[in-house]
Write a protein that binds this ligand. Structure first.
Ligand code: CO
Length: 480
């Protein structure tokens, strides 16, 4: 059966316009009523600028990090956004042109001679933002975090955790928070022919401890990991990286990656002493893990899997991508038997999806509900236009679609202060509305996401499609 398209490409493309203004205002245009018990600040990160003076970046992942602070207090909402003002960002804005090559597709203008052997990348600080140890940190996996003032969103500078994260070391954009202790677990990869994986724990005072440093065979493209009380779990995608075209200036680093056919994906299981166990499963590519937990001598790992590395066709403008040819991500479950080393893999949900999240208290625990961005149709591929809730125990699903003119990113699960069930909370998601050319902040009841939204907060402007973010119950805003 041929399904009609859920969107038009011109609508979708509008979500990739730069937002050049930095705002700070109380939002007055709200449909519905915000619960008074929804209190705190949702910080989000993503590329705010997709061009410098009209000179476009080759890929949105190369866009400059822009932090949004969305503060819920007393039934009101305050919005502010600010760019992460790294020295490279400021130099580029000053020059009015692209000065650095991007990892994913941006080449400096001037052709081969301008790009050859030019390996200097800028820290774009655009992937995630967390509030931990009383520090607000913008994260990008190829460098160290950038610290910002949570109240004003002003950039403070590189965070080196009291000198424990040296220059040249990197810090993931996907830390995990242990619900039992509140500690943050993180990693950094120095990828090469052999790769070095560093594992970190950052306590609530912000003190960083390195508890493992392990060399593994092969190039490691590790974007995320899964956390359980006793393990940090990585999927080492079977990719090879051919750096020559990147070094020579023909290609971006991201397009030099290829999945090696018939090569298993490795599962790297580090225990809390740093001891590594390596297991194998069928070839696939994973950016994000939904959750993992330990049960009866097994580890259950739920992840969004692609059957190949979903790279952009060479030479193609990302705005012209043909979604029918984009490999869908699907929610899979891996059952890892720790005694036998056997791994069984099954599909939990085949609708194309990304950006999985769970209730923060259920990270590393046996859980029921996963929330994610999904396509509006039940099959095929398209931009994310719907929120999907999957009961991973029964396979039951609920959908809230914003198609045809709404486009979404990662939802955030915010627990209700008085909640007694796993899905007692709110799902907050930014929806780009192509009809109004503006972005809405939509609040859904996580217990029943198919219902009309609890509240739709209309911003005065759009926010370019973003990446990741986190909620803190602390109230930070610079509104009067
Ligand atoms: Co990510």
């Amino acid at each position: 059966m041929v399904q009609t398209s859920s969107f038009t490409k011109t609508d979708w493309q509008k979500g990739y316009k730069s937002l050049k203004t930095e705002y700070s205002y109380w939002v007055n245009d709200i449909e519905g009523e915000l619960p008074k018990s929804l209190q705190g600040t949702l910080f989000r990160n993503g590329p705010g600028l997709l061009d410098v003076n009209g000179d476009r970046y080759g890929h949105p992942f190369d866009g400059d990090g822009m932090i949004c602070g969305i503060t819920f207090t007393e039934g009101k909402v305050h919005f502010a956004n600010s760019f992460v003002k790294t020295p490279e960002f400021l130099a580029e804005q000053q020059a009015g042109k692209i000065l650095y090559r991007g990892v994913f597709g941006t080449q400096k203008s001037g052709g081969l001679l301008q790009n050859i052997f030019n390996l200097k990348l800028k820290n774009i600080a655009n992937t995630n933002v967390i509030y931990h140890g009383q520090k607000l940190l913008a994260l990008w996996e190829a460098s160290r975090p950038y610290r910002l003032n949570p109240q004003t969103l002003e950039t403070i500078g590189v965070e080196n955790f009291d000198g424990n994260l040296a220059a040249g070391e990197v810090f993931t954009a996907h830390p995990k928070f242990d619900p039992a202790t509140g500690d943050m677990y993180a990693f950094g990869v120095d990828a090469g022919v052999k790769s070095t994986i560093n594992l970190y724990r950052v306590d609530q005072k912000g003190t960083l401890t390195r508890f493992a440093k392990e060399k593994v065979e092969g190039f490691c493209f590790l974007h995320d990991f899964a956390f359980t009380p006793n393990y940090s779990i990585f999927a080492q995608n079977p990719v090879k990286f051919n750096p020559l075209p990147f070094v020579l200036g023909f290609k971006s680093a991201g397009s030099c990656i290829d999945l090696q056919p018939n090569t298993p994906t490795k599962l790297l299981l580090f225990d809390r002493t740093g001891k590594l166990t390596t297991l194998e499963t069928d070839p696939c590519f994973i950016f994000h893990h939904a959750n993992a937990f330990e049960q009866d001598g097994k580890i259950i790992l739920d992840s969004i899997c692609y059957r190949d590395y979903p790279k952009l066709e060479s030479g193609l403008d990302f705005l012209d991508v043909n979604f029918d040819r984009v490999i869908p991500g699907q929610l899979y479950r891996f059952e890892i038997d720790l005694a036998t080393g056997k791994v069984e893999k099954s599909v939990l949900q085949d609708r194309s999806c990304e950006f999985p999240v769970v209730h923060p208290d259920y990270v590393g625990q046996n859980y029921r509900y996963c929330y994610m961005g999904a396509i509006a149709n039940s099959s095929g591929n398209a931009p994310l236009q719907a929120i999907m809730k999957v009961n991973v125990q029964t396979g039951e699903q609920q959908i809230h679609s914003f198609a045809p003119r709404g486009f979404i990113g990662e939802p955030t699960f915010i627990p209700r202060p008085d909640g007694t069930q796993e899905d007692h909370g709110w799902l907050v998601v930014l929806v780009f509305d192509a009809a109004s050319d503006r972005t809405d902040i939509v609040v859904l009841d996580a217990a029943n996401i198919s219902e009309p939204p609890i509240a739709t907060i209309h911003l005065k402007h759009h926010i370019p499609f973003g990446l990741h973010g986190n909620f803190t119950p602390e109230i930070w805003h610079r509104g009067k």
